[in-house]
Design a binder for this molecule. Sequence first.
Ligand SMILES: NC(=O)C1=CN([C@@H]2O[C@H](COP(=O)(O)OP(=O)(O)OC[C@H]3O[C@@H](n4cnc5c(N)ncnc54)[C@H](O)[C@@H]3O)[C@@H](O)[C@H]2O)C=CC1
Ligand SMILES: O=C1[C@@H](O)[C@H](O)[C@@H](O)[C@H](O)[C@H]1O
Length: 336
Amino acid sequence: MSTLGIAVIGTGKMGADHVRRIGRTVGGARVVAVADPDGDRVKAVAAGLDGASAHTDPAEAISAPGVQAVLIASPGPAHEEAILHALERELPVLCEKPLTPDPAGALRVMEAEQRLGRRLVQVGFMRRFDAEYERLKELLDAGGIGRPLFLHCRHRNASSPSFFTSEMLITDSVVHEVDAARWLLGQEITAVSVLSPTPSSAAPEGLRDPRLVLLETAGGAIVDVEIFVNCGFGYEVRCEAVGESGSAQIGEGQSMVVRSAGLSSGEIAQDFTVRFADAYDRQLRRWVAAAAQGRVDGPDAWDGYAAAAVSAAGLTAAHSGVRTPVELVERPALYL
Ligand SMILES: NC(=O)C1=CN([C@@H]2O[C@H](COP(=O)(O)OP(=O)(O)OC[C@H]3O[C@@H](n4cnc5c(N)ncnc54)[C@H](O)[C@@H]3O)[C@@H](O)[C@H]2O)C=CC1
Ligand SMILES: O=C1[C@@H](O)[C@H](O)[C@@H](O)[C@H](O)[C@H]1O
C-alpha cells in the first residue's frame, strides 16, 4: 500500500496533536505539508517532520507536491476556505468540527461536492469513533432499551481557552452533542431552547457559562445538554439514554476507583485529548483508509451542515430566550 501524503492546515493544539498521531499511531500516511499563519509555530511543527514543507498560506500547502489529502485543524471560521481549496483539487478532507460555524458556509461546501458528484469531506465528530458511544449506538439500534425518550448529556471542560465566546459554548462545544444525538437517535433535531443561569464566578468576564441547551428531535425525543466549560475539576462527557424499557449511561470515566482511609476516589481526565485519545486514533485510521480510496467513512458534509443549522437556531434561542425551530434544506441526493 502506498503512503498517503497529508497537508495539515492549522498547527495549534489539535493540528499538532493530529500531526503526532499521523506520525506515531496511524500507518499508511505521512504529513508532507503544514500550514499556519503563525510562521514560528508552523516551522517548529515542520522541524519535527521528515521533509514536510512549512507554509503560512493554507492554499500553498494544499497544492504542495505530494499532497493527496487534507486535514484541517484551523479555527472554525477558516474551515470553508481551506475545504474549497482542497475540493478544487479533488482531495479528500478531514475537517475538525464545526464544519463551518454557520449553515450558509456548510451549504457552499455541499454545493462544491455536488458539482464534483462525490463526497470528499469528513467532519471530525470523533465521538462516533469512541468505544462507549459505539456501544450505546449498538444498544439503541438493537432496541435494547426500547424507543428512546431522553438523552441527558453533560459536557464539562476544566477551563475554556482565552478566545472562547458565549456563542462558542454552542457552536464549538454543544455541536458535539448535536452530532452525537442525531447519530445515536437517527433523527434530525427540529427545535432548540437555551437557558442561561447566572454565570459561574469562575467564568471569564462576560462568558455565559454554564448553559442548558434543550434539543427536540423529529421522533419526539428530548435531549438536554449541560455545557459548562469552566467547571474547574476536569473533563467530563456523559450521556444517559432513557428509553421506554430501560436506560443506559456512558462516560462515567472511572477506570480505577481507589478506596482508602474512608474515602473512595477515581481519576478524572483533564482534557479531551486524554478522554477521546482512542477515538481520535480510530477516526484518523478510518479516514486515511477511506481517503486512500477517495471516499469518506464517517460524518459527512450533510452532518456538518445539519449541526451548523442546529447551532444557528441555538444562537437565536440563546439571544432571544425563545424556543427556535431548526431550518434544514431538503437533503440532496448525494447525501442520502
Ligand atoms: N474534536 C475535538 O475534540 C476538538 C476539536 N477542536 C477543533 O479544532 C480546530 C482547532 O482548534 P484548536 O487546535 O483548539 O485551536 P488552536 O487555537 O490551538 O489552533 C488553531 C491554529 O490555527 C491557526 N490558524 C488561524 N487561522 C488560520 C488559517 N486561516 N489557516 C490555517 N491556520 C490558521 C492558528 O494560528 C493556530 O495555530 C477548531 O475547529 C476546533 O473547534 C478543538 C478542540 C477539540
Ligand atoms: O471540540 C472541543 C473543543 O473545541 C470545545 O471547546 C470543547 O468544549 C470540547 O469538549 C472539545 O471536544
